[in-house]
Design a protein around this ligand. Structure first.
Ligand code: BTN
Length: 251
């Protein structure tokens, strides 16, 4: 069903296709418990029945219409403190891929949702296996809406809804992986400044005044960027406040 991508160096070369499974992240997490696992191993399914999202949410995707997969990496060069760069390289790889296909600006909503026209087209779930100050393995799960046209929520979109085109999932997977691998190389080469500049360039709501809430209180603020460990920096009045993922809601 899915071809081994021809244009990547290692990503997806070991490709495991499951016609149906609960969650590709769960399968990939099991794989990296084994002593020998290959970097770039990718698990992909056509029907994910218990897809997991961030903050304990579900990820629901119509069978056979979207890309739902997870891959394994050994990001040896980055420390636990630098793990936010995993969000940067994956989200930028997806942003790069989508930017070629649509004229509309593709944005990244902190930390790693991919939006077009303020609607979510892709979600990313990163789960790390830590060993002291090192990341032994990282499972990167991606749900990218490709051909699906009807969603239960009006905050979701797909490539087909944006362009009107029908896509061949296997071809799109190959191109997507090529872009993600390219950004992964940048991270491995520790080109952090470059990744950060590109991330800030497409960060949703950056330098705009919007409503947020934290600890039950609503406030107006302006996102200015992220700090050295990836927390969100928001200017509230004349003060800069720092938030982690659980500490702020977008209104
Ligand atoms: C989110 O935005 O909440 C993250 C969604 C991540 C969904 C993908 S689909 C493939 C992989 N397997 C899972 O169970 N989740 C991720």
């Amino acid at each position: 069903m899915y071809k081994i991508p021809a244009t990547t160096l290692f990503l997806g070369k070991n490709l495991i296709f499951m016609p149906e499974c609960h969650s590709t992240n769960d399968l990939a997490l099991k794989l990296c418990q084994k002593p020998e696992w290959m970097e770039g191993t990718l698990v992909i399914t056509n029907n994910q029945t218990a897809g997991r999202g961030q903050r304990g949410n579900n990820w629901i995707a119509a069978p056979g219409e979207n890309l739902t997969f997870s891959f394994l990496i050994k990001p040896g060069v980055i420390t636990v403190r630098e793990q936010f760069y995993l969000n940067l390289f994956v989200s930028l790889g997806i942003r790069d891929y989508l930017t070629r296909l649509t004229d509309t600006k593709v944005q990244i909503k902190w930390p790693n949702d991919i939006l077009v026209n303020d609607k979510k087209i892709c979600g990313i779930l990163i789960e790390n296996q830590l060993g002291g100050d090192a990341i032994n393995a990282s499972v990167i799960g991606i749900g990218l809406n490709i051909n699906q046209q009807h969603f239960n929520i009006d905050t979701a979109t797909s490539l087909k809804l944006l362009t009107g085109n029908q896509y061949e999932l296997s071809d799109e997977l190959g191109m997507l992986l090529q872009h993600i691998e390219w950004r992964y190389m940048q991270m491995k080469e520790r080109k952090f400044g470059l990744l950060l500049a590109d991330y800030l360039d497409c960060l949703h709501r950056r330098n705009e005044n919007h409503l947020y809430s934290s600890a039950g209180e609503q406030f107006e603020g302006t996102i200015s960027g992220i700090d050295e460990v990836g927390r969100l920096k928001v200017k509230v009045g004349d003060k800069e406040q720092i938030f982690d993922v659980k500490g702020i809601q977008y209104n």
